[in-house]
Design a protein. Structure first.
Length: 208
């Protein structure tokens, strides 16, 4: 089975991951984790995640946490993604302050998504404060990921967004304003570029 996971054709690797997930066996855990760290195909990675969460959480979660701590960028990103799917309470320990600000955008984005799924009740505000330090980071896709994670936390982000909207950093201001708009209307989409235009023009709700 390990050989099939390493096959040159994505379709063969996909089938191998499907077969493992269909008949879960913890003996395949190492092979699945090894493949997650290097697999280039998105669909295959998703099937690998599915196969992993079919295994007992008692076996997978500790190993996934190890991947987050010690793995390469893709291994960490994929492990965080998989942990968010397990929804196991013990997985929260993988979401450290350092991983939330990881310099690799894909690792950070996976951490943000995992954090809002795994955050213990009562810790949402503290998580929002940590995530707010990343406002203004990266390009459109990175900023959209952060905004969606923040919005998933709900009303606890409102005060933080108001503070960020008065930041001296125009990128932070615009990102905060776009996130606030998304919070008010989740169906409206993410419009950080419009927020930047409004910010540059000095337009606000009290204008006129």
């Amino acid at each position: 089975m390990k050989e099939a996971l390493q096959h040159s054709k994505p379709s063969v690797r996909l089938r191998a991951a499907l077969d493992i997930g269909t008949s879960p066996d913890p003996r395949h855990l190492d092979a699945l984790l090894e493949r997650c760290a290097v697999e280039p195909d998105f669909q295959v990675r998703e099937m690998l995640t599915w196969a992993l969460i079919r295994l007992p959480a008692s076996a997978t979660v500790p190993r996934l946490i190890e991947e987050v701590r010690w793995g390469g960028a893709q291994a960490r990103s994929q492990a965080l993604h998989t942990l968010s799917k397990t929804k196991d309470e013990s997985a929260w320990e993988a979401v450290t302050s350092s991983v939330l600000i990881d310099p690799d955008d894909e690792v950070a984005r996976s951490a943000w998504r995992a954090a809002v799924v795994l955050v213990p009740a009562g810790s949402e505000s503290a998580l929002a404060t940590k995530l707010s330090t990343q406002l203004g980071r990266g390009g459109h896709d990175v900023q959209r990921s952060l905004s969606r994670a923040l919005v998933a936390l709900g009303s606890v982000i409102e005060e933080m967004l108001r503070e960020a909207a008065s930041s001296t950093d125009p990128a932070v201001r615009a990102h905060a304003q776009a996130t606030e708009a998304l919070l008010r209307d989740p169906d409206a989409g993410f419009a950080v570029f419009e927020a930047k235009r409004v910010d540059a023009l000095g337009v606000n709700d009290s204008a006129g």
